[in-house]
Each structure stands twice: as C-alpha cells, then as structure tokens.
Design a protein around this ligand. Structure first.
Ligand code: C2E
Ligand code: CA
Ligand code: CA
Length: 685
C-alpha cells in the first residue's frame, strides 16, 4: 500500500464517518440553537414562496378587475351598461372617429395598445351613418351563428346601436346576434346613427367586444393557475426544504466538526462545555476536561508523511471515543491536540482513572501495513468546580496541566493547580523574548574543546554551543532549545549557528591551524533536517566560510525518528557525499539507536553525559559505557565521551577504548577570544 493509497482510503473513511456523524448529528445540547435557526430559515423560505404566489394571484385578479373597470368606465361614458363584467368577453376594442368629415376611417385601438388597424369606415349618407367593417380576419369576423363580436355605437353618451337587443333599448336599433354575423360576413353595418357630430367629444364611438377564444374565462383560468401554482409551490417548498435541511446539516457539521476525525471542534466544544458546566453546577457534580497532546506526533508526521499522520489522528479519535460514555465529548482542537470532557464525576480520582485508561489506550501501537507506530500522549486535567468558571479558562487550565505533564514524563497525566498558570505565561513570554533576541542578534556561540588523549591530551576540535546572554542572567539552552524546536524557530536559529561556527572555525584554521586538523561540531535539531533543504544550507555555509567539509561535524540526536520512508537518511547521505562528518549525539538515551546506527551514515558516537557521570562509581554504568564503545568499535566509528569532569573518568574511558573526550576537565565552553588563547598554545605545541 503506497502512501497515496493510504491517503485515498483515509479520505474515503473520513468522508464516510463524516456522513454517518452528520446523520446522527450532535449530541451537544447547545447546538439546538442551530436547529431553531434552521427552522426559521425554512419558515422564511416557505413564507417567501407563498408571498410570491400571493403576488401572482393578486396580479391576475387585479388584471381582470382592471379590465372590468375599463369596460365599466367606458359604459359609464356611454351612459349605459355594456355588460362590462361579462367575463367571457374580455378583449375590448374601442374605436373613435376623428372630427367631422363625411367619411371617417375608424381604427380599432386594441386596449392593450399593441395593434392599430383600420377596420371600419364610417360614412354619412342619406342622413344615415353607415359603418362598413373591413374584415381583419375573415375567420375571426365570420364565425358562424355564435358571433364573436359585440358592437356598440356610442354617441353623445348613449349607446345608439348595439349588436345586443337589450342594449339597443330606446332609440338605438337592436342588432340580433345573427344580424351581426351576417353584417360581418357582408362587411357592412348600417345603423340609425346621428347625422352630425361636430367635435371630438361628440364624435361617435364604436366599442367592440371580442369573445375570448378560450373555453374558460380568465378568472377560471386564474383560479386553476393558482391551484396549480399551489401544488407546484408545495413541491418546490418540499424540495427546497429537503435540500436546505441537508445543506444546513452539512454546514452545521462542517462548522462544528473536524472533517478528518469526525470529532467535534473547538467551537462546538465551547458550546457543549458551557451547557455541561451549567449542568454540573446544577447537579453539584464534578466535571473534568482532559487536554491531550500526542507524543512524537510531529516526528511521525514529518518523517512518514501526512497520510500516516492523518491515520494516527483518526485512530486516536476512535480510541478516545471508545474510552468515554456517549454523553461525554471528544473534540479535536487542531494539530495533535484533543480534549475529552467527562461530566458527572464523584471524585477527582475518577478523572485520574480515566486519564490512565486514555494513556493506556493510546499507548497501544497503531498497526499499519508498513509501520507499527507507538505514540502515547500527555494529558492535562482540569476539574470543575475550581477557579475556572467558563469554558475558555477551563480549557486553558487543561493546556497548562498538559504542558506540565509533558515536562515531567511522557505518557503521563497532570492535574491543574494554580502554580501552573504562571508557568505557561513564562513560556509564552520566553517565546516572545526569543524572537526579539533573534531579530536583534543577541545570541552568541561558545566553543568547548574536544580532546583526543590516546597519546597525551591533544586538541581535536570544538563543539559550538549556543548562548543567550540576558539582562536577568543567561538563559540555558535546555530551557530555550526545546521551545525553539516546538515553535520552529530552531530552523533560522540553527542556520545562524551553522554559518557562524563555520566562519569562526575557518578563521581559526587560517590563523592557527594551516593543516586543518581541528574540526568544529555543530548541534543540529531534527526539525532542521525536516525543513527540507538542509544539505543545501550546509553547502552554503561551507562555501560562504571556505571551511573544508571534512572539518565540519554535525551532531544529531539519536531520538531522531528515522524511518525507511523518511527523507532524512537521504539528506544525511548527501551530506556525507559532500564530505561532512556526522555524529550521533547523546547516544544511549533514545530508543531507536541501534536500528538507526546500522542504517545511517554516521562517523561518530557521543556517549551521553549521563553514562559518563557515574562510571567510576556504578559498575553497571561503566558496563553500559563499555558496551557502547564496543558497538562503536565494531561499526568502525569514532567514539567520543562527553561530560568528562574528573581524571578518573578520563582514565577509565581511555582504558576502555574511548580516546576522544570532552568535558569540564579539558575546558568549559568558552567565548571566541578565550579559545584564541588556547589555540595560540596549540600552535606552539
Ligand atoms: P549537548 O549537545 O549534549 O551539549 C553538551 C552539553 O553539555 C552542553 O550544555 C555543555 O555545556 C555541557 N557540558 C560539557 N561538558 C560538561 C561537563 O563536563 N559536565 C557537565 N555537567 N556538562 C557539560 P549546554 O551548552 O547547556 O547545551 C545543552 C544542550 O543544548 C546541548 O546538549 C544541545 O543538545 C543543545 N544545544 C546547545 N547549542 C545548540 C545549538 O546550537 N543547536 C542545537 N540544536 N542544540 C544546541
Ligand atoms: Ca552536542
Ligand atoms: Ca550530548
């Protein structure tokens, strides 16, 4: 299985688990607010759709009313009712003549204003007005016995002629439907009409109503339309509702979950924790939060790749879920930090028991096709009720306690107590100070002599050690290097150390050591190796200083997590090809030392100070030192003992076969000028 396969599988799993979780939704009480919001949104959409429908209905209704009103107005103008509300006769045309001429062309103005046609002429002859219809469309005008037209001739506010009997009461002559049909066919209509008209106001008006060609009236159609709209709107509403619901669930899931592990995220945790805190106050029970940080996760992620890292995180999430009840929360804060919240505890001891359970569960190796990974975690426990009353401060307390757990032992747990808060503050201010010191160039290097004493003490080289002088007294590397590694500041800082050390060593070569016998050892942090272009950085430092590569020894710590898939061995081989030498520092303190030794191109082993310290007093320690020496010899490596403080230690080591020594016995780390004095003597020997 390649890492791409793993990544793909992971993605699928994450997706699947995300989907499952989505369906189950959150067991967090506070998130109900989101549900309420969702309902509101649905209601709003529904209301929107209905108001749209209402608008459409109103529009249709109004249209009809308008048309009717126009007709009514016209009828009023005519002084007669022209069956304005007769709904089957919707389209209305009215024709007005011009002023006075003896023959007037009448144009039918269709009320929607779209069409103007000359369809009739009005001629005065023999005291009669004669209207001749010019058929627009024969089929239209001559449709059988059921005429599609109603004509009214209006003059001086009276209907003087009409195609309807009742309209023609009085002096107006009635026209039977058959008659109008015939007239239409013949194309002429003679009516008893007034003989004179002399002004615009008095001109005759021809009103034509046309039967709607549809079998239904407009209002019937509008009603049917409304009904259909209702159904359609219902369907739309349903679809939109379902879709919206899904989308909202998804959005809600994304907003409150970590997509990789499917666990809840910080935002959801805060909401849930608020509720749980209130509950714990009400029920007077204890609540504990466990702040977890995986051990060695960064190393695994950096050396084995993100796909494997993701797998570890997912597996961790699953194991954590298995450790707690359904009513408890497991959240991922990001990176390799998790929080478990457990409520309804009777006793802080219960919290300790849970922490042990979690520790035990996460200490189990994670078995992957190509790797067996061992992570473990450090847990900080904060208990409510305590000094923290809100979720944020409780989480912060957990964080401080976790940090304390990391400091004391890996794979352990630590309860929060008030003194821890201050420590975290210190930690933060130290990071700030370190950044400032870097930008202001406040770091310095000291150099500790390394001697070879096979035949008398001869200078072998120096180890460059970083120093941070500070107004409140120097800050020890043991204090700030781990922080620099954690924050990544070690990359630029280590780069500076490397260039500075190379430059200094080359200066000493030129002044005191023309044969380049002396070497300079520089400590390199794993973080620097993971930064990517480390060999190039080294090549640059060498080129810049002119230092021969063989005079540079890079000291790596054996806690370095080396895996077959890591890029580190490759980088180390490239460095070796350049001629740079490599030393395994603090040998004996890590856990994968022997395996790494056979795989990595190491030149030197440095026996850790802790083994040297007691070799004269504790036989077992001497045995370990001797074993390390034997291993080194078998592998053909140079062996260096560090932390040599007494002549007894030096003699014992020398007798055991370790001939390169470093320690206060031969010289403490010293500033550049002091080393120059030593070198002066070195030159003269
Ligand atoms: P290390 O690489 O094991 O460095 C040797 C440490 O032992 C130094 O501590 C040194 O001062 C101390 N030492 C030397 N001889 C004796 C002795 O006889 N007795 C005792 N008790 N101690 C002795 P220091 O300078 O405090 O450095 C501590 C650690 O900080 C180093 O351990 C190294 O891991 C790290 N460090 C120092 N400088 C750098 C650096 O430039 N880069 C990186 N990445 N780490 C550095
Ligand atoms: Ca070292
Ligand atoms: Ca060391």
């Amino acid at each position: 299985m390649t890492s791409a396969d793993i990544a793909e599988k992971l993605h699928d799993q994450a997706h699947q688990s995300a989907k499952n979780k989505e369906e189950r939704l959150l067991p967090i009480p506070g998130i109900r607010e989101v549900q309420a919001g969702k309902r509101l949104l649905l209601a709003m959409t529904t209301a929107g759709i209905f108001s749209l429908l209402a608008c459409a209905a109103f529009y249709l209704f109004e249209m009809e009313r308008l048309t009717s009103r126009q007709l009514a107005a016209l009828a009023h103008h005519a002084g007669q009712t022209i069956h304005a509300a007769d709904l089957g006769w919707q389209r209305m045309l009215s024709v007005e003549s011009g002023a006075r001429p003896s023959e007037v062309a009448l144009s039918w103005r269709i009320t929607d204003g779209q069409q103007i046609n000359r369809v009739a002429t009005l001629r005065q002859a023999n005291g009669q007005s004669k209207i001749r219809l010019i058929p627009l469309d024969n089929a239209w005008l001559t449709s059988g016995s059921q005429p599609d037209l109603r004509l009214y001739l209006v003059w001086r506010n009276r209907v003087v002629a009409s195609s309807l009997g009742e309209a023609g009461a009085g002096e107006a002559s009635a026209l039977e439907p058959e008659v109008i049909g015939r007239i239409a066919r013949q194309g002429a209509l003679f009516v008893q009409a007034p003989t004179r008209w002399d002004s615009q106001e008095n001109s005759p008006l021809l009103v034509v109503q046309q039967r709607l060609s549809l079998p239904f009236s407009l209002s019937e159609i509008a009603l049917a339309g409304l009904f259909l709209w209702g159904i359609l709107a219902g369907l739309i509403w349903l679809t939109v509702g379902i879709w919206l619901n899904k989308a909202l669930l998804h959005i809600q899931f994304l907003a409150y979950h970590d997509p990789l592990t499917g666990l809840i995220n910080r935002a959801a945790l805060r909401i849930g924790l608020t509720h749980m805190l209130a509950e714990s106050r009400r029920n007077q029970t204890l609540l504990a939060i466990f702040y977890l940080d995986l051990d060695r996760f960064k190393t695994i992620n950096d050396s084995l790749g993100h796909a494997v890292g993701d797998l570890v995180l997912k597996e961790t999430g699953q194991r954590l879920l298995a450790c707690v009840r359904d009513t408890d929360f497991v959240a991922r804060l990001g990176g390799d930090e998790f929080i478990v919240v457990v409520g309804e505890l009777n006793d802080p001891n219960d919290a300790a028991a849970i922490a042990r359970k979690i520790n035990g569960s996460l200490a189990e190796p994670i078995i992957l096709p190509e790797h067996h990974l061992q992570t473990g975690c450090s847990i900080g426990i904060a208990i409510h009720p305590g000094s923290a009353i809100d979720p944020d401060s409780l989480i912060k307390q957990g964080d401080s306690a976790m940090y304390a757990a990391k400091q004391t032992e890996r794979g352990g747990y630590h309860f929060y107590d008030e003194s821890l808060g201050a420590k975290v503050e210190q930690h933060l201010s130290l990071e700030l100070k370190m950044r400032r010191a870097m930008s202001e160039g406040n770091f310095e290097l000291q150099y500790q002599p390394v001697v070879s004493n096979q035949n008398g003490n001869r200078l072998n080289g120096f180890e460059a050690l970083i120093r941070w002088p500070h107004s409140d007294g120097p800050i020890a590397p043991a204090e700030f290097i781990p922080l620099a590694e954690e924050t990544g500041l070690i990359v630029p800082l280590g780069d500076w150390v490397l260039r500075q050390a190379c430059k200094q060593m080359q200066a000493w070569h030129e002044q005191f050591d023309p044969d380049n016998k002396l070497s300079i050892s520089v400590n390199v942090s794993v973080r620097q190796l993971h930064a990517g272009n480390f060999p190039e950085r080294v090549a640059e430092a060498l080129a810049e200083s002119g230092l021969p590569p063989s005079s540079l020894i890079l000291e790596l710590t054996e806690s370095l997590y080396i895996d077959r898939h890591s890029a580190i061995p490759d980088a180390l081989h490239r460095l070796r090809k350049m001629g740079v030498r490599l030393a395994m520092d603090d040998f004996g303190t890590g856990y994968s030392a022997l395996a790494s030794l056979s795989r990595l191109p190491i030149n030197r082993l440095k026996i850790d100070r802790s083994f040297v310290r007691n070799i004269t007093r504790i036989p077992e320690e001497l045995a370990i030192a001797r074993t390390i020496i034997a291993i080194g010899q078998q592998l053909g490596l140079e062996i260096v003992a560090e932390g040599v403080e007494t002549t007894e230690q030096a003699t014992l080591l020398n007798d055991s076969g370790c001939h390169i020594l470093q320690g206060w016995l031969f010289g403490r780390p010293l500033a550049t000028q002091e080393i120059s004095t030593i070198l002066d003597q070195f030159q003269s020997t």
